[in-house]
Design a protein around this ligand. Structure first.
Ligand SMILES: [Zn+2]
Ligand SMILES: [Zn+2]
Length: 303
């Protein structure tokens, strides 16, 4: 039901066998993309999930390796026949950056809805995507993202009958609304079963670790995180340029109690990406090296 694809795993510049980092989420046939560096539409083409149903694009920050693929991708979506609007989410500066890129992508047949968010923790809903952001330290406004899919508790007919709930209110209560009729108050808990676990995927690149990120990624099913290098000697270099190494990503994964960590945003100088993986695994055992177009299917635990 929920499919995740890590479209690319490179940082700074695309390499012949390594596209720039980006993540694609597909849920009930609708799609959300995080980041859009040069070549993102090419790796999307190789993946084959199509362009037309891309509803939301979230940008982490405005370094070129995360945004310069945008005009080409929007033109391709336009050619796919899309007319519904696309929502673009990002930290302060969004309109200026996107409008600048759109100078070379005019006359789109769909509107762009800008969600330029202030530089603070917050959440918004776009269609079925529940998006949470937290600011991170990368030397310019930059967000880490969590995308969640909530699960309504089951509707229990016997419970609704027992509580003498008029049938005309069943649907509203099931969708979480409290209904007041005269003196009577009908609550969702009067027709619903136990709480059910949803699904959550988190994405953080680029930046330095902080406690807010641990909170954002809490209990995620999958956490995709930057690891510029694996070897511990590169830590100070990575920190100087406001990046992370594998073991720092693993510390976050452990702190956030996530189920699985995929590393991404490797430095172009990081040729042997396996080097240093064990440092990360020693901290968080379910750490995997991200590879271009690596995918994962996630199901609700009660499905
Ligand atoms: Zn980057
Ligand atoms: Zn950056």
């Amino acid at each position: 039901m929920l499919d995740i694809c890590l479209l690319g795993t490179g940082g700074m510049l695309p390499l012949p066998n390594r596209f720039l980092t980006a993540m694609l989420v597909r849920y009930n046939g609708r799609k959300l993309l995080i980041d859009c560096g040069e070549g993102t539409q090419v790796t999307m083409k190789l993946l084959g999930w199509g362009y037309k149903t891309l509803d939301v694009i979230c940008l982490t920050h405005y370094h070129g390796d995360h945004v310069t693929g945008l005009p080409g991708l929007l033109l391709t979506i336009n050619n796919s026949g899309r007319t519904e609007p696309i929502t673009i989410v990002g930290p302060p500066g969004l309109r200026k950056v996107v409008n600048g890129l759109l100078v070379v992508a005019q006359d789109l047949n769909f509107d762009i809805i800008f969600k330029e968010l202030p530089n603070k923790e917050q959440a918004l809903e776009v269609g079925e995507f529940n998006i949470s952001v937290t600011p991170v330290d990368h030397g310019l406004p930059c967000f880490a993202y969590a995308i969640e899919f909530k699960r309504q508790p089951l509707f229990i007919v016997d419970k609704a009958k027992e509580n003498k709930i008029p049938q005309k209110y069943w649907k509203r209560l099931q969708y979480g609304e409290t209904v007041v009729e005269g003196e009577k108050v009908y609550k969702p808990s009067m027709v619903q079963g136990d709480k059910r676990r949803g699904l959550k995927v988190a994405y953080f690149t680029d930046g330095r670790p902080n406690d807010r990120v641990i909170n954002l990624i809490k209990d995620a099913d999958l956490f995709i995180c930057e690891g510029l290098y694996g070897d511990l000697e590169s830590q100070s270099q990575a920190a100087k340029y406001k990046h992370m190494i594998y073991s720092e990503a693993a510390e976050l994964a452990k702190g956030g109690n996530v189920k699985e960590l995929w590393l991404t945003h490797y430095s172009p100088a990081n040729v042997n990406i396996k080097e240093g993986l064990n440092n990360a695994k020693a901290i968080f055992s379910n750490t995997k090296l991200g590879k271009d177009r690596m995918t994962k299917k996630l199901n609700f635990s009660d499905d």
